[in-house]
Each structure stands twice: as structure tokens, then as C-alpha cells.
Design a protein around this ligand. Sequence first.
Ligand code: PLP
Length: 400
Amino acid sequence: MKTIYLDNNATTQVAPEVLEAMLPYFRDFYGNPSSMHTFGGQVHQKIEEARARVADLIGADPEEIVFTGCGTEGDNTALMSAVESNPSRKHLITTKVEHAAILNFCKHLAGSGYRTTYLPVDSLGRLDTDDLRKALDDRTAVVSVMYANNETGVLFPINEIGNVVKGRGVLFHSDAVQALGKLPINVKDLPVDMLSFSGHKLHAPKGVGALYVRKGTRFYPYMIGGHQERGRRSGTENVASIIGFGKACELAKDDVSRRMAHVARLRDKLEKALLECCPDTVVNGEREHRLPNTTSISFEYVEGEAILLRLNEYGICASSGSACTSGSLQPSHVLRSMGIPYTAIHGSVRFSLSSYTTESEIDKVIEVMPAIIKDLRSLSPFGREKFEQFLCAVGTGRAD
Ligand code: PLP
């Protein structure tokens, strides 16, 4: 059975051109880029070329790019650097809908006396910058707001936030892991100090990322050891993956607008058809300012996991807005923060497309989905009211 992969916000396939670019660095050019000899030196040169490609995609200077091991490392490093570079300031500001790489790191910092304000979002997943204004104080070290949400695709007003933060002695970091390669980003026009990225979200391999650090920003390394990355991230470089990441950025730069127009058309087609064919179905989040590849759809009164299992029978990969852990359903913190009713959170499915997604794949989903939803609803031992009671019983709280 052919896989129909619509889970590209989780990870993407490695582009064939990326794989090709990487292979020689496993096979032939295995020298250590820090070595004195020419064999290693030529690898160093290739890393610098990859750095230039990543920088070029976002309008940065190559020396503003620090390669990391993943998006999580970039997020952790940015926050740690921000608080370490301003030791008298013990306050962080972020949002309630960030990725765990930010939320759990803020929780971790609480153990060392740091306080975090988690800004709310409205029912469409949007941030009100007045809340940010009110939260800022002279103890704030860093504001970290994601560029685009991984579950709903909703975009955050990075320019507006940057302007609020400007002149307050506060660092502004944005987790741009989901945005790179999907939206044009130009740091020359963007009032941010740091941005984190992850290779595996844009057709490079897993295990490589980058942190953009604007020139002049005080920076404290998180990984401490050798002199790699000019002392900003120690550890022998993941050479092949860095080369692959550079290639993926070059490909993304080539035709981001054309590719994403194609992706958005297919996403919109899927969304429209599912809303029309399946009753009691809503799209989560603001639809206008959104990543072009993402839709989060709630099919009320069905379990998202049940939908995923049925889709899986057709080779269709998507993800749900709740995770089954230790026997209880954990509803998505993002959808919960938006005030989405539990009945809708539990029936939410995220489809995330890529430029490899084809029209016939989308047509297949449109073909099978209405029957899946109808069938699951008819099989459910619960009516609508009972479904709400069931959710309370499994300990996920009030069905509001
Ligand atoms: N930030 C966001 C918004 C993400 O979606 C992800 C991955 O899903 C990460 C950070 C973490 O990236 P990585 O898997 O490379 O650590």
C-alpha cells in the first residue's frame, strides 16, 4: 500500500537532492572539520558553504548562524543564553501554546528561581500584544514567541511583538521551526534577536538545526567543550546532516512561493471538502494568517485516535490533537488554551502537507474520510451527551 504522508509538521521526507548531497560525507569525506590536514579542512569548507546557504534563506550573515543538534536545542540554548547574559533579570515571557521545547525549559528554569509569564491566546489561537505589554517589566530577560504554531499553523505577529519589546533591554527569540521553508523569512526586516530552526521540518535529516543569533547579541553557549562553531556550540559537527540542511535551504530558497501556493491550494481543497462532507466539523485556529500547509480539523463526537487508526488502514498518515498516554487521553495544550470544547479537541486531526503532496493523495483522503466519520459516529456507544460524560469520566476535565 502506498503511504499518503500528511504529517509533515511532525517530520518530512529527506529530499532526494539532500540525500545525494550528504552521501559523500559518509563515504569519502569523513575527516574531522577541525583537523589541520587538508582532508579535514575541505570538510570545514563545506560546512561553511552550508552555513552560507542557511544564512541566505533568511537574509542573514553566515556568522550569525550556529548549527545545533535540533530545534529543541536551539530553543533551550536561546532561553539559557538570554537569562545568562542578563543575570539580574529573572523573568521570562512566552505563550501558552509553545512547543514543549520552550514550555518545559521554562518549567525547568523555575527550579532556579526564574518566573515565567505564559501569555494567553484567543479562540482563534491569536496573541494580543497588549497582554505582552502588560507582562513586560524591568525584570524581563527574554520574550519567546513562536513564529507559527505546529498544531494549528497560526502565525504570530512577530513584527509587532519585536516593536513592543524594542528598547526594553529584553531579548526577543522566536521558535521558527515550523516556518522555515514554508514562509519567506528575512531577518533584515524582522525585529528578532534569535530564531531557532530544525532541519527535519524542511526535507533535511533529523538531528540537525540552527540558531540565528543577530550580530551584537550577547551569547552564552549551552554546549561547552571544544571550539567548534566559534565556541558557540561545542561538539564535533554532524557534518553530513549540516551539508544536507544547507542543501534543503538552497532548495527552499529556490521556489518557496510557487511550492507553497501549490501546497495551500491542496490544503484548502481538503479542508473545504471535509467541512462540506462531514457534519459537525470545524477548523481550529485563524484561517487567514496560517502556515500554507497546515489544517487542524475537529470532527466532533469522535475520537481523533480512532480516526487516525482508520486512516492508517488506507496508508494515510496524520496526527491528532490528543495523545494517549498511560491510559488517559491528554488533550492538546494548544487547543485547550484556545478554549476549544473537549468534544472537539478529542476529535481533532492535523493534516500537514508538503510540496511532495499530490492532488490524487488529497482526493483519496476526501474520498475515504466522510465514511470513516459516519461509521465511527454510528459505532460509538455514546450519543453526543454521553460522549461529553465519557470525556469527564476518563479524567480529562469538563466538557465545555
Ligand atoms: N518547535 C516547534 C514549533 C516544533 O514543531 C518542533 C518539533 O516538532 C520543535 C520545536 C522541536 O524540534 P526538534 O524535533 O528538531 O527538536
